[in-house]
Design a binder for this molecule. Sequence first.
Ligand code: BES
Ligand code: ZN
Length: 618
Amino acid sequence: MAGVRDPNTNSNYDAWRTRHTTANLTIDFADKCLRGSVVLELVSQTDKASEEIILDSSHVAVSSVRLNADASTSWEVRPRVEPNGSPLHVSVPHGAAKGETVKLEIELATTAKCTALQWLTPAQTGNKKAPFMFSQAQAIHARSLFPCQDTPDVKSTYSFNITSPYVVVASGVPVSESSSVEGGEAGRLYRFEQKVPIPSYLFALASGDIVTAPIGRRSVVATGPNELEASQWELEESMDKFMEAAEKIVFPYRWGEYNVLVLPPSFPYGGMENPIFTFATPTIISGDRQNVDVIAHELSHSWSGNLVTSCSWEHYWLNEGWTMYLERRIIAAVHKDDAHFDFSAIIGWKHLEEAIEEFGKDHAFTKLCISHKGIDPDDAFSTVPYEKGFHFVYYLDRLVGRENFDKFIPYYFSKWANKSLDSYEFKDTFLEFFSAPEYADLKDKITEIDWEGRFYSTGLPPKPAFNTTLVDVCYELAQKWRSADYVPNSADVESFTGNQKLVFLNAVHSFDQPLTAAQSQALGRTYGFLESRNVELKTVYYQIAMRAGDKATHEGVAELLGQVGRMKFVRPLFRSLNRVDRPLALKTFEKNRDFYHPICRQMVEKDLGLAESKTPAA
Ligand code: BES
Ligand code: ZN
């Protein structure tokens, strides 16, 4: 057998490929599980018929497997091996001819160890009236929902038949209301169809007391009743502008609706690009419209990631690097000013420097293409594929010139739409496009591209010259804070956007010498960071304060750690709190253990040295 190119799957997807998946699941809030069946339609890929189908699974209780309705199908869940889980082996007597489809019906229930679901009590929601649940499958957690070919290299269409006592949203288009029927005691049946083939990591569900309001021509925001108005206000101004800009850069949106589900605060990411319904952290609803870039980012994934997908987590930069690039193009287009592109890129560069510093500049996880053999993608996850990926795309853009690159963008996304690719296929596509006679004058430049170096060098990529118009004022103000007797005034930051305040704070945070505790207190008080609802700003401020030895803020840090579960904030805050006050860090973690999403809980346990990482390299 040729083998597969994704090391994070045990499935034999070179022999069989899922074409369609039907999920018939009941959301059981009492038992905190999903139960029901999935039906996988698998197409045989080889002439030499494979007599076995291997699927990924992780902590799923499988109760029966029927191949083409045959109840005597023999199957087995093999012992767990980290990080890929416990594969389900199903025998296919005599195999199937190439191109033939078999139907595999698997009855299952998720278990308490499921890493893809979080179950919230009514007390953990906004109006405290109903429980809430949501899934998060990226990177390799779909296998803990149901056995599947859990690799971004396989795309399937989906039918969702979900029964719940509460409103359900999913990563498919709702099938008209009238067809949703009472499902008896278990609730109502909600049906969705996803007709664009998607990888398993984009399978998503959420259920709870969810209401919706329009935010654009093709968009609603969905969230709890108490959060609806603020969420609508935050997003309605930019939604259609983002969409219009994105469609102009790439090509028309292919998914029908684009909606945003604003989740309860334990949602572990800023956003997750689940098709039809982006899932988003409530920290973007900051009351100042200053954190909506996250939506430009998730919307961009509708092309980079969801339509054109990296074939394994080793080439993840193809998803995130391209998405950062598109996000920044959208932001610049909406502001009608390229300085915004550079402004966001400068912030990203800083994050990249920090990440590389944290790993060490020779660490394998600082490469653009990261080997994932034996590695859990959650452990390798960092800003590197985002920002190093962005810098590779942006480098190519500058190399060939914007006008030419703008023609390459739709070409690339059309060519690979509904497919998955690796970095070399990207390279081939780029070279193929620019080998056309009209680009003959670019030949020398293109031959110079050091693809291997770009893919496999550790550490920082070459730094481009940025347009610093929007950051200069931030750095000038930061410079003043170097002097211990600088007397601040609230007017200093009056004209700053949220991101400018962030750049200023980051600059202060990276001083060789920490501020004094008194300076740090003045900073928080005078510029309003202590009372800010903008968690992005509050987090960096707390970092500065902890470094300054301002113990008075430790309780504030602990309090914030009980209010947000977004890993971007929670993990660095815990790491810093752990350095300055380990007992408080441990107490805070224990207190909020159930509040955090299972993935966040696991990562923080590692960060605090309470658990071993699953992959020794991490
Ligand atoms: N796809 C990611 C979120 C993700 C990454 C989930 C890895 C699970 C594993 C999403 O598109 C993302 O990058 N979100 C960012 C938003 C930001 C870069 C604007 C986040 O969550 O902070
Ligand atoms: Zn992303």
